[in-house]
Design a binder for this molecule. Sequence first.
Ligand code: FMN
Ligand code: MN
Length: 466
Amino acid sequence: MIARDLREWIEQLKKEGDLLSLPNEIKLEPDMGAIGKAICDLQGPGVLAEKVYGYDNARVAIGLCAAFRRSAMAMGLPKTASFKEIKTKWRETFTKYPMKPRMVTDAPCKENIRIGDDVNLFNFPVPRLNTNDASFYFTKTMCITKDPNSDWLNMGMYRVMILDRNHTGCMIQHFQHAMSHYAAAKKLGKPLEMVIAYGAAPNLPIVSGSPIPWGWNEFEFAGALRGEPEELVMAETVNLPVPARAELIIEGELREPGVLEGPFGEFAGSYSTTYMTPVFHVKAVTYRNNPIMDHLYIGRGRTETDYMTDLASLSSIEQELIPRFPEITEIAFLSPKWLNVVVQGKWSHPGQPIKVMAAVWGARSLINAKMVTIVDEDIDPWDAQDVMWAIGARSQADIDVYTMPGSFASLDPSHNANGMSCTFGINATRTVADHPRHQYVDYVTPRKETAMWKDNLKKWMQGGSY
Ligand SMILES: Cc1cc2nc3c(=O)[nH]c(=O)nc-3n(C[C@H](O)[C@H](O)[C@H](O)COP(=O)(O)O)c2cc1C
Ligand SMILES: [Mn+2]
């Protein structure tokens, strides 16, 4: 059973002994960033702060999904589920898609409605996580948009920077689905309606932050994962449905002119540069009584972004690659995720690891892949020590390292001046059966009678008789 909303999820974690409630007052800064990072480093419990300095009746959660065992529970599995079981559950969800949502009219997210001048985002406790973040950021977002030219409804997780009481930036990378909606609206000369939902049932952030195919509806996927329809209600000021039991709904429009957004401490362990992003003009907020903010920490090392979405993302990636290369036995991320991919396989030919390396760089679901290390079945791809051992003991720099310049470099801090990256791969596999190329070569030699036949044909071509 997957919890139906954030409050049920918190109760479930309390029962499992996996939630620490902090009765003492905390400060948004520096405490939220520090607590969030500590949870991620330890895969510790989720934390709910019951009192926040400067706010009345505010409750702030952090790290609720910052452990693989909690990502299992968020997908309706026992906390002891193995990586394989979690990935299998995700894979099976593809076969159960779509599960149409149920529309409702009476919803907890409408307990409070503030429209126009009554909107003030500063009423909600949103932290600055890392010291040099440009502002306060909504991190665990569910950004809902619709393609202006079709019925395609999308939900994606994109960082949201508060600019003032009713404006934000929203950093949607160029390849994301919401950006295609925005580009289509721009072409029509219109703003793009968007809703940001914040604080919801645990399956929704996972689906929001993981690769779901182009054109698919993430609510129909989240319902398939749950095994029951998601409950949605229409927003107040835009024509979009929103999760009925969410803690906070922010309604508005993305418009030009854009704004410089960032820097923000990112998954690669560095502050990303500033980006020009559209400005989100907030028209309304609706929220539950005493809404609970559900934040996540992101920064250097494995963080909630990884614990929450790695296994789901890897399952999607395996579905793209394994049908083409059944010799792959597992794909894993080492930190920083996307920039450090390890593929384990049972290779029967020395050319296979190289083909697979190229396929990883070419996979749509691995568009950010940078370093790709290919290992054998006896190496644990999740264990950096084991992977380093394979690189040390099974690869030669002059023949086993491949580079591909001119690649896309999303958030890779080492990119070149043009924002491009040189991806590289290491074939750290054992030498398999010998495939000699030059030891014995049997050249084809023409028959000795060929010369006589050439003379015959030449005479005929010059008008002579045969
Ligand atoms: C915690 C977290 C934060 C993310 N932040 C961003 C972001 O700021 N911008 C972005 O383009 N993608 C971000 N992503 C990745 C997208 O959420 C992911 O690619 C997702 O598939 C996007 O949805 P879409 O495929 O429907 O566009 C983030 C993912 C996670 C898990
Ligand atoms: Mn999508």
